[in-house]
Each structure stands twice: as C-alpha cells, then as structure tokens.
Write a protein that binds this ligand. Structure first.
Ligand code: NAD
Ligand code: MG
Length: 378
C-alpha cells in the first residue's frame, strides 16, 4: 500500500483522541506533517520544560525523519540529542535499553527532560521502558511511524523488552505524555508493514466496531490499487485508538476486559513462536490467528459461519501471507501450552459472537482445537 500514499499528503485538521489512565490523561494527535514542527508541539504541551529532548530512533526511520525532528526541537529552544539504536525485534533487549541509559547518563539527562520515541513498535517499547526506568521515570512522547504502532503499541502504556525465554517478558506500565501519529511518516512504510497493521485494525473491528469492519471491508481491496484517502485513513486510525483507549481506561492492568485485545493472538503467538519469530510479521500471525479463533467460535456454535467467512475474506484480501509449511499441529499445541494466556492450566481464547463483539471464552476449547489447527495449516 506504499504507493497508495506516496503523494505528498494534504494538511489534515488534527484529530485528537484523549486517553485517560490511572495517573492522568494524554492526547493522541493524528495529523500529517506534524513531525516537522514537533518542537512547537512540545512547547505547547510541556511549557518551559523539558530542556533536553532525547530522540530515540533507528537508522531506517531516522534517515527519513530525524533531521526534521531534531531541527524543529532545536528551533523551539530545546537541546536535542539523537540516540540511534539498531533496527529490529532482535535488538529489543536489555542491552539496547542499557545503551539508551548510557547515552542519557553521558549527556546528564535529568528527570525534567524528555525522551521521544521516533519509530515503530520496537523503538516505542524500548524507549518507553528506558523512560520508565531511567532516574525512576522520565516523561516520554511517542511519534509512531508504523500503522501498527499508531493503532496499537503507542496506545496503552505497555513498554518493555524481550527475554531469551519469550517476547515482552520484562517491562513496565509507563504512559506517554503525548502521542503524535503523523500519517505522513507512513509514506515510506513498506507494503508488508502496512499489511501487518491492517490485521490489527481488522481486529478492532471484529471485537468492538462493526462499522469500522465494514469500512475496512469496503476499502481495503481497493486500497491496494488506488490512493488511500488521507481523511479515511485518519478516521480509521482514530477509531482504532479510541477503541483501545476506552478498553485500557477501564482495565489498564489487563485483569479483565483488556484481554479482548488479544483476539487472534493465542494462535498468532503460537505461529510466531514455532517459526522463531522469523517467518511472520506479528500482524500476519494475528490475521491467521483471528481466522482460527472464528473457526473455534463457529464449531462451538457461538458465531455464524457467514460472519466467520466475512473475516476470513477480509484477512485474505489484505495480502499474501507466508506459508505454513513445516509447521505441525503438535508443535502449535505445544507452543499454545507455553503461552502467557494459559491461566490456571487452561487455554484462554477470545471469541467473537458477531462481527463487532468478542469476549473471553471461559469454557474449554480443547475438543475443537486440533481440527481447527489442522484447517489453519491446510
Ligand atoms: P517495527 O518497529 O519493527 O517496525 C517494522 C519495520 O519498519 C522496522 O524495520 C522499522 O525500522 C521500519 N519502519 C518503521 N517505520 C517506518 C517508516 N515510517 N518508514 C520506513 N520504515 C519504517 O515493528 P512494528 O510492527 O511497528 O512493532 C512491533 C513491535 O511492537 C513488537 O516488538 C511488539 O511486541 C510491539 N507491540 C507492543 C504493543 C504495546 O502495547 N506496547 C502492542 C503491539 C505491539
Ligand atoms: Mg498485537
């Protein structure tokens, strides 16, 4: 979909989504071109403080956007520092966090200063965790540059890193002070990353918003070949953020409703784990996982086959997926048992009862699971 948005975007009226959490409130601003005047926005949000702004990014993203961000931050009277970390999920480690800590110590960054995450979910999660821990907590701003980061990882305050034993095992809840989702940054996003994000957008439609689902249904196949209207995209991003923000406001620590955001993630994570996180983009695995969850729901009599079919068609239309060759049902079942979502020895699934509503299913899925996984791999 990169070609769909590679025109210079018009200046959109900013859409603001407020997010309320236990510690207060912040805004997600959905705009185009704001990264070039981020300094001004920081001044409006933080007043005279902070003095130093550490912009954390990776070389791939920095190449396009860091110079303008640094320039605007300096122009607004802050001291900008650009801290580059290596690109990729495999660098989402304590070592990279330590690199940011060292960078901050060397520049005498103080508690009133600010960290800015300029990048996708990996940069956001690492920077958020560094901000949560450096001097016991610094304010941080997210400038997400992938569709997935805009609609998912930049919202909700989960930050963290991976452990040898699993993804996101170490982390902290640390809410950003501001999120600027600048759609213009998506003009350089590779097609596969767009698609990974679309699967998470579809997820929001299935779990909470039938109208959003219908809009994606109407536009996604066309969007592959036609320019994607910026205002349409802004509305979709805003709706996804609103859905996640509302759920997180009610259940920040994931003791109840927030689990619904894991729709498609149980089988999705298993697929990622058995392929050692190398074959699928996370969103792709979630796409396949959502189809599997719908099949489970159909077999349990909770969802009509027609609704499941709609989801499957939409997931297919997003784009080609990596194959499932070499993956066995036994390996998937084994991975499922190790998943974080196994609670009190039982596998927990989020199942939809219709397009627009899903909930945690408390009964057992064991009876239908092998058949569904066999279909998944077919
Ligand atoms: P990512 O950050 O790895 O970005 C994908 C690739 O696109 C990278 O190579 C990146 O450098 C590149 N990229 C980013 N923006 C670009 C741009 N504008 N133009 C060109 N290239 C660009 O992946 P992601 O999908 O954004 O995030 C995945 C991460 O997010 C995972 O680590 C996952 O655990 C985490 N996550 C966290 C939460 C949360 O609540 N904190 C939620 C969902 C996912
Ligand atoms: Mg996800």
């Amino acid at each position: 979909m990169a070609e769909a948005t590679d025109r210079h975007p018009p200046v959109l009226r900013a859409v603001t989504v407020p997010v309320t959490h236990a510690g207060g409130q912040y805004a997600i601003r959905i705009e185009t071109g704001r990264y070039r005047s981020l300094g001004q926005t920081l001044r409006q949000t933080f007043g005279d403080h902070p003095c130093a702004v550490v912009i954390v990014s990776n070389p791939k993203v920095a190449r396009h956007y860091a110079a303008a961000v640094v320039e605007s931050v300096a122009a607004a009277g802050f001291h900008p520092h650009l801290c580059l970390i290596p690109d990729g999920e495999r660098y989402k480690t304590l070592r990279t966090v330590a690199q940011i800590w060292d960078f901050c110590v060397a520049r005498q960054i103080e508690r009133r200063d600010l960290l800015v995450a300029l990048g996708g979910g990996v940069v956001g999660d690492i920077t958020g965790f560094a901000a949560a821990t450096y001097l016991r907590g610094l304010a941080f701003v997210q400038l997400p540059t992938t569709l997935l980061a805009m609609i998912d990882s930049a919202v909700g305050g989960k930050t963290g890193i991976n452990h040898r034993a699993g993804k996101n095992l170490i982390g902290a809840f640390h809410q950003p002070a501001l999120v600027v989702a600048d759609l213009e940054t998506l003009t350089t996003l590779p097609r596969r990353e767009w698609n990974a994000g679309w699967h998470e957008a579809i997820k929001y439609g299935v779990i909470r918003d039938a109208d959003l689902f219908a809009r994606l249904e109407a536009r996604l196949p066309l969007a592959l070949n036609q320019p994607l209207p910026w205002d349409w995209l802004a509305a979709v991003v805003a709706d996804c953020c609103r859905i996640k923000a509302a759920i997180v406001a009610r259940d920040e620590r994931e003791t109840g409703e927030r689990k619904v955001l894991n729709f498609g993630h149980t089988v999705g994570h298993a697929l990622e784990a058995v392929t050692r996180y190398r074959r699928f983009r996370h969103g792709e695995a979630v796409g396949i996982g959502m189809v599997a969850a719908c099949q489970i729901a159909v077999r349990l009599g909770k969802l009509t086959p027609d609704e499941a079919q709609r989801l499957e068609q939409l997931v297919r239309r997003v784009g080609r997926m990596p194959g499932t060759d070499g993956i066995t049902v036994a390996a998937l079942l084994e991975a499922l048992r190790h998943d974080k979502k196994v609670s009190q020895g039982r596998l927990r699934f989020i199942l939809p009862s219709r397009i627009g509503w899903a909930e945690e299913y408390c009964g057992s899925v064991e009876e239908v699971l092998p058949a569904v996984l066999t279909d998944t791999l077919a």
